[in-house]
Design a binder for this molecule. Structure first.
Ligand code: GLN
Length: 306
C-alpha cells in the first residue's frame, strides 16, 4: 500500500494539466496548485500516506458528510422533511430545482441541501453553540483535537455570500429554514472552512468504512444502517453533476470539496483522502479523482470490484 501511494504521488507530480483552483474567494485562489497528498486509513488500523498528506487544507463540502451525520443523529429520519436524497444533475450551487420543488433541496450535498441540514441542526441555538458541536464531533471522529476552523476562509465566504444567500433566502421563503438566514450562513461557512489534512480526513471517514464503528479507536459513531445510507448518498450525490462520472471511474462513495479534497470510502476496507487543489469544470479535484481511479484499478477496492 505504501509503495502504491508513493507511485501514484510520483506519477501525478509530472502532470502539467492540474485543473484550476477555486477563485471565488482569495484564500482558495492563492493555494499552490502543485500540491498533492494522499492518505489511507484501513479498518485494521493501518495508516499509509504519501505527498503532502499532513498539510491542512480547506475541506469545504467534504464537511457536508459530517453535518449530515450529525443531523441524522439529532433528528433521525425527521431530517428528510426538508431535504431529499436524489442526485440533482445540477451544479453544487444551482438554484433552479428549488423553485420547481417547493424549496426542498434534492440532497444534503448540494449547497442548498447542506444549508438546510445546518438549519435543522441549529435547533434554536446560536451559531457559536452549533459550531462548537460540529467541531467537537469532527475532532471526535478524527481522534485529534487540533482540527480547526480557518476563520479567514469563513469570513471571506461571508463577504462573498450572495450566491449561497440567494439559496438560503429562497428556501426560507418556502418555509424550509427556521433560523435567521445570516446565522445559518455563518454556521455553514464555518463548517466549510474546517481545515484538515489528508491523514486527519482519512481517519475521520473510517466509521463509514466499517459499519459505523471507527474500529482502531473502537468508537461507535452511527448504526450500520446509517453508515450504509450515508455511503449510498455519497455514491449518488457526492460529486454533484459529475457523480455518475466519478462512480463510473472510481466506483466508491466519495465526497469532494472545492478546496481540492476528496474523501472516498472503500466499505469493509478503509477510508481514503486525497488532495490536489486544481479542480475540473464541475468543481471536483482533477488529480484527486485520477489518483483514486489509479488506486482502485490497482487494488480492486471499488465496491464493484476490478
Ligand atoms: N463553501 C463552498 C460554497 O458554499 C462549498 C462548495 C463546495 O465545496 N463544492 O460554495
Amino acid at each position: 500500500m505504501q509503495q502504491l501511494l508513493e507511485e501514484i504521488t510520483q506519477q501525478l507530480a509530472f502532470e502539467t494539466e492540474r485543473g484550476k483552483v477555486a477563485d471565488y474567494i482569495p484564500q482558495l485562489a492563492e493555494v499552490d496548485p502543485g500540491q498533492f497528498g494522499i492518505s489511507l486509513a484501513t479498518v485494521e488500523g493501518e495508516r499509509f500516506s504519501a505527498g503532502a498528506a499532513a498539510t491542512p487544507f480547506s475541506i469545504q463540502s467534504i464537511s457536508k458528510v459530517f453535518t449530515l451525520t450529525l443531523g441524522l443523529g439529532k433528528l433521525g429520519d425527521g431530517l428528510w422533511t426538508n431535504v431529499g436524497r436524489e442526485p440533482s444533475g445540477d451544479p453544487f450551487n444551482s438554484i433552479v430545482q428549488l423553485e420547481h420543488e417547493n424549496g426542498k433541496p434534492r440532497n444534503p450535498f448540494i449547497n442548498a441541501g447542506a444549508i438546510a441540514v445546518v438549519d435543522a441542526i441549529m435547533m434554536g441555538h446560536e451559531p457559536r453553540e452549533t459550531l462548537a458541536e460540529i467541531l467537537s464531533f469532527v475532532r471526535y471522529i478524527t481522534d485529534d483535537q487540533s482540527v480547526y476552523f480557518d476563520h479567514l476562509v469563513a469570513a471571506s465566504e461571508m463577504a462573498h455570500k450572495d450566491r449561497n444567500a440567494s439559496l438560503a433566502h429562497f428556501m426560507k421563503a418556502f418555509g424550509r429554514l427556521r433560523h435567521d438566514v445570516d446565522k445559518v450562513l455563518g454556521t455553514y461557512f464555518h463548517q466549510c472552512a474546517i481545515a484538515m489534512s489528508c491523514e486527519q480526513l482519512a481517519c475521520a471517514g473510517l466509521f463509514l468504512a466499517s459499519n459505523g464503528v471507527n474500529r482502531p479507536a473502537n468508537l461507535r459513531v452511527v448504526s450500520p444502517q446509517r453508515a450504509r445510507r450515508i455511503n449510498s448518498l455519497m455514491m449518488m450525490c457526492g460529486h454533484y453533476d459529475a457523480s455518475g462520472e466519478f462512480a463510473f471511474r472510481v466506483g466508491l462513495p466519495g465526497k469532494s470539496g472545492v478546496g481540492g479534497g476528496i474523501l472516498a470510502i472503500a466499505p469493509g476496507r478503509g477510508s481514503l483522502a486525497v488532495w490536489s487543489p486544481g479542480l475540473d469544470e464541475y468543481g471536483n479535484s482533477l488529480l484527486g479523482a485520477r489518483a483514486l481511479e489509479m488506486f482502485v484499478q490497482r487494488t480492486g477496492w471499488s465496491v464493484f470490484g476490478h
